[in-house]
Design a protein around this ligand. Structure first.
Ligand code: S3P
Length: 443
C-alpha cells in the first residue's frame, strides 16, 4: 500500500495542552465527493479530508468523468459533476485502502450501463463485500466478487456490469452505514421507492448529504424511504472536522490531570457525538463553546479539561449493543488508553472490528500486551482492566491507521519510549496526526 514503511518514536508526555483545527470528516468527505460527482453543476467543498481514503473517492469520481480539482494546502476541492451520467472508466476504479469508497461506490455505479472493476490494496481485498452484493443484486445489479462461496467471503476485485435497478425493501442484517449507503445510492437511481430498515441506528451522514444535494428522503422511526430516479444539484459546503480523528486527542486528554484542549469546528452529529459522553464518563470535562448546523450536520467547538473527581468504582465502562456500533472507529483508542483509567473498559458486540482495515481486536490486545498490560480477548470484544502501568514497547500498526494512532496515544503515559512501526498508515485518515501530537503533547 505504501512505498516506504516509517517508524515514529513516541516519548512520554507530562500533559496535553493547546488548540487544534481538525481536517474534514472522512465519512462526510466521501459522501460529498461521490454525490458531487453524480450531481449537475460545480460543487465547492472547503476543509475536505486530507486523508488518503477520501482522495481515493475523488480519484474514482474523476475516472467516472467528473472534473476534480483538489488543493492539498487550502483543503479546497472543486468537483464538476457528470449530471447523472458516469462514463465507462478506462481502467479499474482504485479504492486504495478505503472500504467506504468501495462499498458506497458499488451502489452508486451499479445502475450505469457500463462495466466497472473496483480494486483495492491487500487489506481492502480481504474485506467482506457480500454484504453489499446481496442487496444490490436483489435490486437487479450484476456484481461479481472474487473468492468466497457465494454466501460469505466474496471480496475485491469486484466487477460490476451496469443494469437498470428496481426498488427493494431492505432490512439491514448488520449495523453498517456503508451498506445502508450503498442501498440508498442505488435506490436514488432505481425505479420505485427503496426502503431501508435499520434496527441499530448508524451514522446518518448519507441522509443529510442526499438532502443537501436536493434529494427527497424520509425517515420514520427506523425506516428510511428514498424515491428513485432523482436528480442531484451541486452544493457549496465546509466539511466539519473529523470527530474520529479528534478521538485520539480526547483520549490523550484522559491520561493527565491538567489537560486543556480546544478542538475547533468538529462534527457533532448525534450519531457520532456519543463519543463525548463516553470520554466524559471516563474522566474528561467537556464544555461546548458553540454549535452551528450546516447541511444538517452539527459543528461545534469544544474545550476538554480533566475531571478532578473521575469515577473510581462501579465496574468497567461498558461499550456494547448500539454503543459498540456507534463507536466502532473509536474503540481501538479507547481500549488502548483504558489501562490508565480508574475503572477500565469492557467491549462487546464489536465483532465488526475483526473485519476492518485489520483485525483490530487482535491488534489492540497484542499491542497492549507488548506494553505490559493485562487484557482479555473475546470473539466480539475485549476486557481491559483499569489502574495499570504500561511500559514503552515496539508496536506494529499492521498497516492500520487507527492502530498506529491509538498506540501513539497510549505511549504518552508509558514509562520509556515507544516505537510505532508502520506509522505512515496514519495518513489514510489523518496525515497531520504526528505533527499535531507533537505540538499538543507537553514534555
Ligand atoms: C463508515 C462507516 C463505518 C466505519 C468507517 C466509515 C462510513 O463502517 O467503520 O470507518 O463512512 O459510513 P461500517 O458502516 O461498515 O461499520
Amino acid at each position: 500500500m505504501f512505498a516506504t514503511r516509517s517508524t515514529q518514536l513516541i516519548r512520554p508526555a507530562r500533559s496535553v495542552q493547546g488548540s487544534l483545527v481538525l481536517p474534514g470528516d472522512k465519512s462526510i468527505s466521501h459522501r460529498y465527493a461521490m454525490l458531487a460527482g453524480l450531481a449537475e453543476g460545480v460543487t465547492r467543498l472547503w476543509n475536505f479530508s486530507t486523508g488518503a481514503d477520501p482522495h481515493s473517492s475523488l480519484a474514482c469520481m474523476a475516472a467516472l468523468g467528473a472534473s476534480v480539482v483538489a488543493d492539498p494546502v487550502s483543503r479546497q476541492v472543486t468537483i464538476t459533476g457528470t449530471a447523472g451520467r458516469f462514463r465507462e472508466p478506462e481502467g479499474s476504479l482504485d479504492c486504495g485502502n478505503s472500504g467506504s469508497t468501495m462499498r458506497m461506490l458499488a451502489g452508486l455505479v451499479a445502475p450505469h450501463l457500463h462495466t466497472f472493476t473496483l480494486i483495492g490494496d491487500a487489506s481492502l481485498s480481504a474485506r467482506p463485500m457480500e454484504r453489499i452484493r446481496r442487496p444490490l443484486a436483489q435490486m437487479g445489479a450484476e456484481i461479481h466478487l472474487t473468492g468466497g462461496d457465494g454466501a460469505v467471503g466474496g471480496h475485491a476485485p469486484m466487477r460490476i456490469v451496469g443494469r437498470p435497478l428496481t426498488a427493494i425493501s431492505f432490512e439491514a442484517p448488520i449495523a453498517s452505514a456503508q451498506v445502508k449507503t450503498a442501498v440508498l445510492f442505488a435506490g436514488l437511481q432505481a425505479t420505485g421507492t427503496t426502503s431501508v430498515t435499520e434496527t441499530i441506528r448508524t451514522r446518518d451522514h448519507t441522509e443529510h448529504a442526499l438532502r443537501a444535494f436536493g434529494a427527497t428522503l424520509t425517515r420514520s422511526a427506523d425506516l428510511l424511504s428514498i424515491p428513485g430516479q432523482q436528480h442531484l444539484r451541486a452544493i457549496e459546503a465546509t466539511v466539519p472536522g473529523d470527530i474520529s480523528s479528534a478521538a485520539f486527542f480526547l483520549a490523550a486528554g484522559l491520561l493527565f490531570p491538567d489537560t486543556n484542549l480546544v478542538l475547533d469546528s468538529i462534527g457533532m452529529n448525534p450519531t457520532r457525538a456519543v463519543l463525548l459522553d463516553v470520554v466524559t464518563a471516563l474522566g474528561a470535562k467537556i464544555r461546548v463553546l458553540n454549535v452551528e448546523e450546516h447541511h444538517g450536520e452539527l459543528v461545534g467547538t469544544i474545550q476538554v479539561t480533566s475531571d478532578p473527581k473521575p469515577r473510581t468504582s462501579g465496574g468497567p465502562f461498558e461499550i456494547s449493543g448500539s454503543l459498540a456500533a456507534q463507536l466502532i472507529d473509536e474503540i481501538p483508542v479507547l481500549a488502548a488508553i483504558a489501562p490508565y483509567t480508574a475503572v477500565g473498559i469492557r467491549v462487546r458486540d464489536a465483532r465488526e472490528l475483526r473485519v476492518k482495515e485489520s483485525d483490530r481486536i487482535a491488534l489492540v490486545a497484542r499491542g497492549l500486551r507488548a506494553m505490559g498490560a493485562e487484557v482479555s480477548e473475546f470473539d466480539d470484544g475485549l476486557d481491559v482492566p483499569g489502574g495499570q502501568r504500561l511500559h514503552g514497547a515496539s508496536i506494529d500498526s499492521g498497516a492500520d491507521h487507527r492502530i498506529a494512532m491509538a498506540f501513539s496515544v497510549a505511549a504518552l503515559r508509558a514509562s520509556g519510549d515507544t516505537e510505532i512501526h508502520g506509522a505512515e498508515a496514519a495518513s489514510i485518515s489523518f496525515p497531520e496526526f504526528f505533527c499535531a501530537l507533537d505540538d499538543l503533547a507537553k514534555r
